[in-house]
Every structure is written in C-alpha cells, then in structure tokens.
Design a protein around this ligand. Structure first.
Ligand code: HEC
Length: 218
C-alpha cells in the first residue's frame, strides 16, 4: 500500500499524519516449521501488548513501543529467548507479568511460538501462502484461528474491548449480526477499524466476508 503513494503525496501525508508502520516485507516461501512473524507473531503482539494505553503511541508504557517490527526486535536477543525481555516477561509474577492482570496471560502454545520465533533468529518473516484465499471457510478451520490471532487478545475475558467477546462461535456470530464486525474489519459505516493497528490482509478480509455470505458455517 505505502509504496503506491507518489513521493509528493507521501511527504504531504507524513507532514500531517503518522501512518502506522505496519510491517510489509514481500511474502516469500518459508520452509516448513519456520514461524511467520507477519501473519502470526505480529498480530499476536498487537492484540496482547500494543493496544491503546499500553505499548504503542508516542508515550508507550515503560518507553517500550511494540507496534513495529523494530520495536519488537529491540526487546529480543535473536537465538536466546531466555535472555529476551519480550519472552521473559511472559513468565514473571505480580506487576512484572505481561500482559498484566486482569488481562489474560498468553497461552502455553502462544508462548511456545514466540520462543521458537526467537530461537529461529527473530526475523521479519512473511510467509507466502500463510492465508489460503480458497480455503473452505468454516468457523472451526478458518475463522476461529483468524480471530484468535488478530482479535481475541483485546476481545476476551470479563472486560473485553468495546464490550465484545470474540472467543466462541456464538460470540463471533453475534458480533457479525449485531456489532458490525464486517464493517469494523474495513473501518466503514461508522465502525472503528479493527484491528486498530491496521487492516488485516486482503486475504483474511476476503475469507471473513465469504464466511458471512455463506451463512457463517460452524
Ligand atoms: C488492540 C486491541 C484490539 C484488537 C486487536 C481488536 N480490537 Fe476490536 N475493539 C477494540 C476497542 C478498544 C474497541 C472499542 C473502541 C471503539 O469503538 O473505538 C473495539 C471495538 C470493536 C467492534 C465494535 C466497533 C464499533 O465501532 O462499534 C468490533 C465489531 C470489533 N472491535 C471487532 C474486532 C475484530 C473482528 C478484531 C480482529 C479482526 C478486533 N476487533 C481486534 C480493541 C481491539
């Protein structure tokens, strides 16, 4: 997207607004087992750490801004998760634990993916084919993992963002029917753009719309 702006346009835009620095390296094929930073680790961190009031913006918590690859990379020692702040804080106690209570801690599976990503060198990977736009769009196969990666960090627990939980089929279907979820993934018709850090990939948006058109199969 950013590359499409003319230089003059880019300069004018930069002068009046700060474009979110969303990572967009060209997708490349990844070897099996390589952790996908762009499609997996980045959305996980955006929805669990870089929400409003936390690690984002001009005055982020503790001066640590996790809304860009560079910001995330600064908290990591490639190859050494046990010496990486980003990983260590997931296991702290009390006030040092991240995300801080009452936010839900990351799951064991999410922690393991961050650990493996650091062990593999903490690279800005963007794996081609991470999203299959022809996939059969059932909730279980496609939508649940998409919402888990991109939305659930904020939309879970007893005090979810916007009062909307997105952790079960019933909650997701209700958000489509009554909370404008489809408009929100475009930021249209008066709905706030979701995720706030920037629109999901075109492929994810297309899959979500296809699922809704198909009557939201489970
Ligand atoms: C970083 C935290 C965060 C993430 C990630 C996030 N949301 Fe939200 N969401 C919010 C907040 C905060 C609000 C309420 C604030 C507002 O209305 O501006 C909200 C509101 C919404 C709304 C209501 C919008 C409206 O204007 O009425 C919908 C629908 C929604 N989110 C869906 C999603 C979906 C779907 C995803 C993932 C694709 C997602 N959200 C990811 C924080 C988040």
């Amino acid at each position: 997207m950013k590359k499409l702006f003319s230089l003059a346009g880019a300069v004018m835009l930069a002068a009046c607004t700060h474009l979110p620095d969303v990572p967009d390296p060209t997708p490349e094929p990844c070897d099996p087992g390589i952790v996908d930073f762009t499609n997996e680790i980045y959305p996980m961190i955006q929805s669990n750490c870089a929400m409003s009031g936390c690690h984002v913006g001009p005055y982020p918590a503790d001066g640590i801004n996790l809304s860009t690859y560079a910001g995330i990379r600064a908290e990591v020692k490639p190859g050494d998760p046990n010496d990486s702040e980003l990983y260590e804080v997931l296991f702290e106690s009390g006030d040092d634990l991240m995300p801080p209570p009452p936010m839900a801690p990351l799951s064991a599976a999410q922690k393991a993916r961050i650990r493996l990503w650091i062990e593999q060198g903490a690279k800005e990977t963007n794996c081609a084919g991470a999203c299959d736009s022809t996939a059969a769009t059932t909730y279980a196969a496609v939508i649940a993992p998409m919402l888990q990666a991109n939305c659930v960090g904020c939309h879970q627990g007893t005090n979810p963002s916007g009062g909307i939980r997105l952790t079960t089929y019933a909650e997701a279907a209700d958000a489509v029917a009554t909370k404008g979820l489809v408009d929100a993934v475009h930021g249209t018709n008066g709905r706030a753009l979701m995720p706030p850090a920037g629109q999901m990939s075109d492929c994810n948006v297309a899959l979500l719309e296809r699922w809704v058109r198909a009557g939201m199969p489970q």
